[in-house]
Design a protein around this ligand. Structure first.
Ligand SMILES: Cc1cc2nc3c(=O)[nH]c(=O)nc-3n(C[C@H](O)[C@H](O)[C@H](O)COP(=O)(O)O)c2cc1C
Length: 330
């Protein structure tokens, strides 16, 4: 039976609201005891399984960081069928983020520009939440403090409750993230203490910077790289005047960046940027990605997107007679 897609009814209402309000409504809905597995519609199929950095994932489709900043909805998001979910980004101390408006939606381009500024309740609150909620899929947490002492303190609180850590070395709001030596030092400190895989999320602005940060992360011992974050752009409707572009305009560049980063470092890569279809996911896997992550696609396509990508991948695997792991070369 075709899985239901209640988003068809809900989408016009959500897209009529301002983006942050729509996000709050979506999060409220995720808090309801609905059959999220049915909504997501992801088939349970061993051909979708992948192993990366010692983690076994039921499929290669991950939720990118920023959707569930306080990690309070990772349970239902996991039930939607994601192979893993990245909570956060979380910092040692709570942050309120930038002044509003800080998210702008462009329906025509299927894009967002955000300058959230990492609002989050802080590492201690998130650690408590993770400890008190059962995992429904592999749970990773994104962290981003500049000072080594703060970053390591946040890691100490959160890591025991996470399956992996993603160091956000790419927030458009954080100048430090583009300094390779600092990223290497942070990565090394995380790897020494985390006792689980440490992935580093790269900036997406220009390829040279992304590759320099990728090399720094590799030198620091990262288990893999997420490629990549939003692309910095000016936007007059944001209170800060600048933000990070995400969604469809990024889709064409993500496979090339994945291939370049993979070739330069040899590390597993999580492709991220504009993925909203099985074809786009496939292009990234063929470019050498171990997994894919998405955020903006979920906003425009709804929760049924996870299942549509999984079923599209399965159809392609059938046609080729391979598994995702073979396709992606993991
Ligand atoms: C509103 C919003 C908030 C985000 N917050 C974070 C964040 O806290 N940490 C992070 O690493 N990435 C964050 N991102 C970036 C996404 O994780 C992802 O890298 C980017 O949006 C590109 O993927 P997409 O085109 O599938 O959205 C955010 C993106 C959006 C749209």
């Amino acid at each position: 039976m075709r899985p239901m897609d209640p988003y068809a009814a809900v989408r016009p209402l959500l897209l009529a609201l301002d983006p942050e309000t729509a996000h709050a409504v979506a999060r409220t809905l995720l808090g309801l005891p609905l059959d999220w597995g049915r909504v997501g519609g992801v088939p349970d199929d061993p051909r979708l399984e992948v192993a990366v950095a010692g983690l076994r994932l039921r499929n290669p489709i991950g939720l990118a960081a920023g959707f569930d900043k306080d990690c309070s909805r990772l349970g239902p998001l996991g039930r939607l069928g994601f192979g893993y979910v990245v909570g956060g980004t979380v910092t040692r101390s709570p942050r309120v983020g930038n002044p509003r408006p800080r998210v702008v939606r462009d329906r025509r381009r299927r894009a967002l520009v955000n300058a959230m500024g990492l609002p989050n309740p802080g590492a201690a609150a998130v650690a408590e939440r993770l400890a008190s909620t059962p995992a429904t899929t592999s749970r990773w947490v994104s962290l981003a403090d500049e000072a080594l002492e703060d970053a390591v303190a946040a890691l100490g609180l959160v890591a025991p409750h996470a399956d992996a850590i993603e160091l956000n070395a790419s927030s458009p709001n954080a100048g430090w993230a583009h300094r390779a030596a600092h990223v290497e030092a942070l990565t090394r400190a995380f790897v020494a203490r985390a006792r689980r895989p440490v992935f580093v999320k790269l900036p997406a602005g220009d390829a040279a910077t992304a590759l320099a940060i990728a090399e720094a992360a590799a030198a620091g011992g990262a288990a893999g790289l997420t490629c990549a974050n939003t692309v910095p752009v000016a936007h007059p409707r944001l209170a800060t005047g600048r933000g990070g572009l995400s969604g469809a305009p990024l889709a064409h560049r993500t496979p090339d960046l994945v291939a370049a980063v993979r070739e330069r470092t040899g590390l597993p890569v999580h492709a991220c940027g504009g993925i909203a279809s099985a074809a786009e996911a496939l292009a990234c896997l063929e470019a050498g990605a171990a997994t894919i992550q998405l955020y903006t696609g979920l906003v425009f396509e709804g929760p049924g997107l996870v299942g549509r990508i999984a079923r599209g991948l399965l159809a392609e695997l059938d046609a080729r007679g391979v598994s995702v792991a073979q396709l992606a070369g993991t």
